[in-house]
Design a binder for this molecule. Structure first.
Ligand code: IMO
Ligand code: MG
Length: 430
């Protein structure tokens, strides 16, 4: 964090860029860490001193006991998942008493997760490949004003409100999707029980964060997913249902955008994607398998093998522009240690023409062929590298090339999953 008062961490690709690791790293110097979008579709993995921790909805600042962790109003929250995650963290001796939830956040219920699955099944060959966590249906309810927020649980007429929402969803479940109905009492009692465990940790997050920034506290905003999964600017329809970019922080936590200083884009040294949708630089076969194995590219939530590809600069520049990104942080650089040749995509060919932008239409995007530049790999184990100067020459060239093509400084890079395997470039701080 050093000079920045507030910093935003967002993914610049299709998620899984290592946002959790980098959030945890900067959280060592932060006062508050806040999630502003998404739900438990995220899978943020943090390694510290050889111990693996995984969070999906709890912010990745949770390993620092001095940090106030807030799940912001722009997220959608499965309360049962929050409690389950708290239990696992406590079993690992992590203090979770400083975890807070926005009173304005929308709640994911069993009918939302069930509808997510039923809708996916109904899509037949047009499946999105969602995580099945009820994200789309809950954000739909929010926009449709059928949603239930955390603050509603405190109201006397909560049962009535809940029953209305429940009945509406049960009609969809039984009449549209021909599924057996959910049981009101089961869903209601489960919701109430889970809320009871969390009710003393609810707050108005915009008020708290605004005050914290004005009191010179350091606030870190943790994104989920990646800019290419953004509902407005991502590769629609193969996206998630929220705005994942730095532009959404002010709305997702309830502060003015003027209070946000820097947006750091987390970029994996290559590309991955889970779920459906095109990835022009995708590679298959043995090379892909090596990267998948070295990078442990299997969904931390769903276990699905991730598709892998070379770094796509066209998509990255697009993410930097639409995501308001000031600096890049390159992760999983060590995964490329044994690649003799590393490819980097600098433009696409679409219908015989060279282009350097992402077409809006998914049909057009699917037709884009990558134009690659080839670079020599470094063929050295870099997992113990402690500074940019220590990197082998070809790795320096690779990082400099990314920075040059994107016209953005590289704030740092990571060479392994442990917190200690993180390197800050002094040059990145201005
Ligand atoms: P983190 O925070 C990778 C993908 C899903 C699917 C699409 C829509 O770990 O980077 P959804 O369940 O959101 O409706 O699914 O988005 N997706 C992710 N992929 N990492 C994530 O989060 C993701 N969250 C959603 O695979 O293609
Ligand atoms: Mg993930």
């Amino acid at each position: 964090m050093n000079k920045y008062k507030t910093m935003v961490i967002v993914g610049t690709q299709w998620g899984d860029e290592g946002k959790g690791k980098i959030t945890d790293y900067f959280a060592q110097k932060a006062d508050l860490v806040v999630r502003f979008a998404g739900g438990d579709n995220a899978g943020h993995v943090i390694w510290n001193n050889g111990v693996r921790h995984k969070v999906t909805i709890v912010p990745s600042g949770i390993l620092n006991p001095n940090v106030m962790n807030i799940i912001g109003n722009g997220t959608v929250i499965n309360l049962e998942k929050v409690n389950a995650e708290i239990k696992i963290l406590r079993d690992d001796s992590i203090d979770t008493s400083n975890l807070w939830i926005s009173d304005r956040a929308h709640v994911i219920f069993e009918f939302n997760t069930l509808l997510d699955k039923l809708q996916e099944d109904a899509r037949k060959e047009r499946k999105i490949g969602t995580t099945g966590r009820g994200i789309g249906p809950t954000y739909s309810d929010k926009a449709n004003r059928f949603g239930i927020r955390i603050c509603d649980f405190f109201e006397k007429n909560f049962e009535e409100l809940f029953r209305e929402a429940f009945n509406y969803h049960n009609e969809l479940i039984t009449k549209i999707y021909n599924h057996k109905p959910l049981n009101f009492n089961e869903v209601y009692i489960n919701a109430i029980n889970n809320f009871e465990l969390l009710k003393n940790n609810i707050l108005d997050c915009g008020y708290i964060i605004d005050k914290a920034i004005r009191d010179n506290k350091k606030v870190l905003f943790e994104g989920a997913q990646g800019v290419l999964l953004d509902i407005d600017h991502g590769t629609y329809p193969f996206v998630t249902s929220s705005n994942t970019s730095g532009n959404n922080v002010s709305l997702g936590v309830g502060i003015h955008k003027k209070l946000i200083s820097k947006v750091v884009g987390i970029t994996k040294a290559y590309n991955t994607r889970v779920g459906a949708g095109a990835m022009p630089t995708e590679i298959t076969g043995e090379k892909a398998e090596i990267i998948r194995k070295n990078g442990n590219e299997y969904g931390s939530n769903t276990g699905r093998p991730r598709r892998v590809g070379w770094l796509d600069i066209v998509a990255l520049k697009y993410a930097i522009r639409t995501g308001g990104i000031d600096k890049l942080f390159i992760t999983l650089l060590d995964v490329l240690d044994d690649q003799e040749i590393i490819k980097i995509c600098s433009s696409y060919i679409l219908d015989g023409k060279k282009i350097d932008y992402l077409p809006a239409s998914n049909t057009q995007f699917t037709k884009c062929e990558p134009v690659f530049e080839e670079m020599k790999g470094w063929m050295t184990d870099i997992s113990n590298v402690k500074s940019f100067d220590d990197l082998p020459e070809n790795a320096k060239i690779y990082l400099n090339k990314i920075s040059e093509l994107c016209k953005v400084d590289i704030l740092g890079f990571s060479v392994g999953s442990d917190r200690k395997q993180t390197v800050l470039n002094k040059k990145g701080f201005d």
